[in-house]
Design a protein. Sequence first.
Length: 342
Amino acid sequence: MRVGVLTGGGDCPGLNAVIRAVVRKAERHYGDAVLGFKDGWRGLLDNDFELLTVEQMRGTLPRGGTILGTTRTNPFKVDNGVELVKETLAKNDVTGLISIGGEGTLSCTNEMFKRGLPVVGVPKTIDNDIGVTERTFGFDTAVTIATEAIERLHTTAESHDRVMVVEVMGRHVGHIATWAGIAGGATRILVPEKPFDIEEVCRSLARRHEAGRYASIVVVAEGAKPLPATMAMPDETLDEFGHVRLGGVAARVADEIEKRTGYETRVTVLGHVQRGGTPTPFDRVLSTRYGVGAIDAVHAEKWGQMVALKCDQIVTVPLSEAVADLKFVSDELWDTASQFFA
């Protein structure tokens, strides 16, 4: 059998570990040939790929990024895009395609399945926002990096009696902010799911400082928003893919905190450092399990399915369910986090 694999959307620690696992079991167990399509769906549009082998994948387990490259190319926004993808698969005798990506890539994969393509999905996003799976690979790495940064900022904040505002990734959900905030001992956490009142945030910081607990850490997800009419925010603009441009909320929050409390406030934006570099051991193992599960799903002809983690078992679930709803921070986790707010 000839099996295709692609990585789409943003890069993420663990992508190479997934590819490595697919290739390993495909070649050694099933006797398959694996075709790695370059730069996500673009590789299928342009018939651009390379043959992947076990030997070639040696040393890639701890390597960040993706050896195949990645883009946000959407074949449905390209003239005759679906037909070009079908032609590439047929021309190269590809029996099944493994698509590794987040919400956008998997939504595209699901639409391809509806048009008759034999596809299997693998959930990838550091935001951990894909439904029907307990965890996506890359999330643990992002939380670990953010937590380490928060821990380092504690010491400089205490030395200068400052408020430090840390911006982490999280466009629609606040999983990274919540987990890293709890693990790093943050004073406050601001997430997209819970619009915040900046005045209430400032009052809580003032109570903390007045009690003699100098220095505070405020963790802000990039998609966090204030309650209506409580704080001025810039007008939203869209990028070339139709997504709202994010970033900068932490700077606005810091300005308001300093203006309203008088406390010296500084900003650290972690940005892409959260998804760069080597994956954690947890993400290496999860990625490996997903890769093995994906090639098994191909041989079981579970088209239109996505591998998922449920009760610590790798299972398959319909792609349509996986992309139907985002997974938000649970009320139980948020209640736990809020117990430690000043």
